[in-house]
Design a protein around this ligand. Structure first.
Ligand SMILES: Nc1ncnc2c1ncn2[C@@H]1O[C@H](COP(=O)(O)OP(=O)(O)OP(=O)(O)O)[C@@H](O)[C@H]1O
Ligand SMILES: [Mg+2]
Length: 412
């Protein structure tokens, strides 16, 4: 198969599926040219717990994507999630050297803002500038060339457990792939599904997947908060399996076919046939009972997400409301229930800002994978600085470099 250097590939290592999205870089952005998915067996709550099973799933998904795109995949942008992720805001101040902000002033002020103590077992994934303040003028996005004497930077730092990050890289490497960078999954989903207007006004992206619920809140055009909750569609299906005494795979099927976020939205109360375990005969169960099992879990997930916003003081700062992505956002009535809980407008986000085979990645579960290709494209073109700024080098060299920095007393 041919190697192509105009391709950028996203590897979404999810709890329920591995998704590989292949995109060709064009003048206007990216065109989707291939996709491969395979059930994921080696993850729990977004974190790799079985390397061999994960490598196997990755290989299958990559093979499928290679066939569809008719090319060889050698390097990827990989997503990372899990409740070990933490996002903090920080800020730094420096004096402007020649009364006009230069690149070195910007680098110095970001270094100053990065100077927070990060524990040994955590790795910095992203350092994203939120805004710059020159003298007393705030809200500056591009400070280069501006006059002033005092430069201040507000930044958002995302860290992950070193071991989890290394396991993502290890799995990809063992499947024969180079990892160009690892990207926080909610930021990738946001890249694919949010508009600039929404980010400017204030919006919260919530990606409800199989094992995690990822949150990314934006206001004034920049990221304000990121976090990952260890709950998702797996827990809904598990509740159904236990509640209706049916195998997990049947619970999944029933959830997708008959599930509604709350029994209050059911127009009519039909009866559904539920297979039993241990060879017993299927039973007839009212659909209302199914929805009464689903509702408390969905309510818990959305309420926890809302609590995060309240705790961060962001609830009043997202007039654009909430955008839902991830497989669970396909659950009937979820957006309506979310509107009730958040008391804000809610829409389901599907990947946009792309060309090519748009139809095959139209589902909200592909937001992360598509976002990874968009992120990779921005990186390659050197335009990633505004939304994501990450240090160069592979994750391992970055870990080594940071240890060296600590050794010489330079915390970052
Ligand atoms: N139509 C549907 N109705 C309800 N739930 C659905 C539907 N389609 C998919 N799901 C659920 O979405 C979940 C998978 O979503 P997704 O593919 O986004 O997860 P993932 O990326 O593998 O996991 P994570 O991001 O949590 O690591 C599963 O729990 C699945 O049951
Ligand atoms: Mg996911």
């Amino acid at each position: 198969m041919a190697k192509r250097d105009d391709l950028v590939v996203g590897l979404d290592i999810g709890t329920t599926k591995i998704g590989v999205i292949v995109a060709a870089r064009t003048e206007n952005g990216v065109d989707i040219v291939g996709i491969g998915t395979h059930p994921s067996r080696g993850l729990r709550k977004g974190v790799v717990v079985d390397i061999d099973a994960t490598v196997d799933s990755i290989k299958h998904a990559v093979e499928e994507a290679e066939l569809m795109a008719d090319c060889e995949i050698t390097s990827v942008y990989a997503g990372i999630a899990g409740s070990h992720i933490s996002g903090i805001n920080s800020h730094g101040v420096v004096a402007v050297k020649d009364q006009e902000v230069s690149e070195s002033d910007v680098a110095r002020v970001i270094d100053a803002a990065k100077a927070v103590a990060i524990p040994m077992d955590r790795e910095v994934i992203h350092v994203i500038p939120q805004e710059f303040i020159i003298d007393d003028q705030d809200g500056i996005r591009e400070p280069l060339g501006m006059s002033g004497v005092r430069l201040e930077a507000k930044i958002h730092i995302v860290t992950a457990a070193v071991t989890s990050a290394q396991n993502v890289v290890k799995c990809a490497n063992k499947a024969g792939l180079n990892v160009m960078d690892i990207v926080l999954e909610p930021l990738a989903s946001a890249e694919a599904s949010l508009s600039d207007d929404e980010r400017d006004l204030g919006v919260c992206l919530i990606d409800i997947g199989g094992g995690t619920t990822d949150i990314a809140a934006f206001a004034n055009g920049s990221i304000k908060h990121t976090s990952v909750l260890g709950l998702g569609g797996y827990h809904i299906s598990n509740d159904i399996a236990v509640g209706l005494r049916t195998p997990f795979d049947e619970a999944e099927r029933i959830k997708k076919k008959f599930g509604v976020a709350t029994a209050r939205y059911l127009a009519s109360d039909d009866v559904i046939s539920v297979p039993s375990v241990g060879g017993r005969r299927p039973r007839e169960v009212s659909r209302k009972i199914l929805c009464e099992i689903i509702e408390p879990r969905v309510d818990e997930i959305l309420s926890l997400a809302r609590q995060v916003l309240v705790k961060e003081g962001l609830e009043e700062k997202i007039p654009s409301g909430v955008v839902l992505t991830g497989g669970c956002s396909a659950l009937e009535g979820l957006a309506d229930l979310a509107e009730e809980i958040f008391e804000a407008p809610v829409r389901t986000g599907i990947p946009r800002h792309i060309g090519g085979l748009q139809d095959v990645v139209r589902g909200p579960m592909f937001a992360t994978g598509v976002g990874l290709t968009l992120f990779g494209n921005e990186r390659i073109q050197g335009r990633s600085t505004a939304r994501f700024r990450i240090r160069d080098g592979s994750i391992f060299t970055r870990v080594r470099q940071r240890m060296r920095d600590w050794f010489y007393g330079d915390f970052d």
